[in-house]
Design a protein around this ligand. Sequence first.
Ligand SMILES: [Zn+2]
Length: 239
Amino acid sequence: MPAAGIPARSAVPSTTDPLTPIWHPSPNFGPRRDGLKPSLIVLHYTAMSSAVEAVERLCDPEVEVSAHYLIGANGTLWQMVKEQERAWHAGAGEWHSKDDINSRSIGIELDNRGDHPFSARQMTVLETLLKEIMVRWSMQPSSVIGHSDMAPGRKSDPGPRFDWQRLERQGLASRRGHGEGPQDAPNDIFRALARDAGFSANVDDDTLLTAVRLRFRPWGKGPLEPADFTPLGHTAPWT
Ligand SMILES: [Zn+2]
């Protein structure tokens, strides 16, 4: 029982308590190449039916995939690879013209099948974890990206149900632009703006549009439209 005058600790973890992940080591990792340190955090969904199944898979030597962390839908946090090491979560792709994203990043898997909302508990643990990692590695909000941002056309996670704006409001992801878009929708300017924002992978126009919409406006449908330009920033040439 707490001494008089000392408030009892709540059973519900506060968002300011340091996280204590369950250590469940994966053999699927190696050293970061070229002395690289983590400068990105890549968010994923597992697309599996349970977190326990996902942990087993991410630690299976035959599958040769892993991530640093997995957050269950109920908020359980597992760590499988030390942050200093290179986990195998990102694969082929690039961001801001840099490849070997595995050597540059920390990977976080979110227990979600991809077609339903992310739970409040899971998001709260994710936000605390992001804050901790960003402090440890001196990262900016722009460090936090989705798998689909760096691997357009190949990956679509964390998917259309992920609430990027919730992270943006807390400084845990780059804030989207709010300026008005152009009157028409020129593809070459869209490509240039998307590249400036980080979407540098060499993909066709439709694939790029799909990736940018997944991040900023997954409700967007049909051909490129002025509203697709808005989130890509304030440096737009028509402003
Ligand atoms: Zn992924």
